[in-house]
Design a protein around this ligand. Sequence first.
Ligand code: HEC
Length: 148
Amino acid sequence: MKLSLYSFIVCVPLTLPVTYAGQINNALFDQGKAVYDKVCSACHNYLPPPKAAPPLLGISGHYHQAFVDPNKAIAHIVDYLKQPAAEKSMLPPMARQQWGLMAPLSLPDEELKAVAYWVWEIYTVECSKGAAAPWVCRNSQGNPPLMK
Ligand code: HEC
C-alpha cells in the first residue's frame, strides 16, 4: 500500500502532459515567448494597437472564453497555426474581415507547442495582475468581457 502510494506520487507528475501542470511552466513559457519574438511579432503585437493581426493577449482571452481544458485549447492553437481555417477560428468573423485569414506556419512541433502554451498562459499571467488588462479578463461575476 505504502509502495503503491509512493509510486503514484512519484509517477503521476511524470505522466502529466508537459503542456500544462496547473501552474505556469516557466521554461516552456519562455521558450514560447522566444518563438513569439522570432516569428509571430512580425504580425501580432502583444497588446493593442494591432500591427498586421489582432493582438495576442486579446486572442488569448477569446481562447479562454472558448475552452476550459488548457490541453484542448493548446492543441487547437497548434492545429490552427499549421492549417488556419475560418471554421476553426475562435475569433469573431470581424477579425478575418479586417485582417484576412492567417497564413499557415511551418515550424517544428516543439516550437508550435511552446508558443501555443505561451498564447494560452499570457491571459493567466495578465489577469492574475488584476487590473493589468481589464478589457480581456473575466469580471467579478466570472463573465468574460470579450464577445465571441
Ligand atoms: C504573416 C502574419 C502573421 C504571422 C507571422 C502570425 N500570425 Fe497569427 N494571425 C494572423 C492574422 C491575420 C490572424 C487573424 C485571422 C485569423 O484568425 O486567421 C491571426 C490569428 C491568430 C490566432 C487566432 C486563431 C483563431 O482562432 O482565429 C492565433 C492563436 C495566432 N494568430 C497565433 C499566432 C502565433 C502563435 C504566431 C507565431 C508562431 C502567429 N500567429 C504568426 C497573422 C499572422
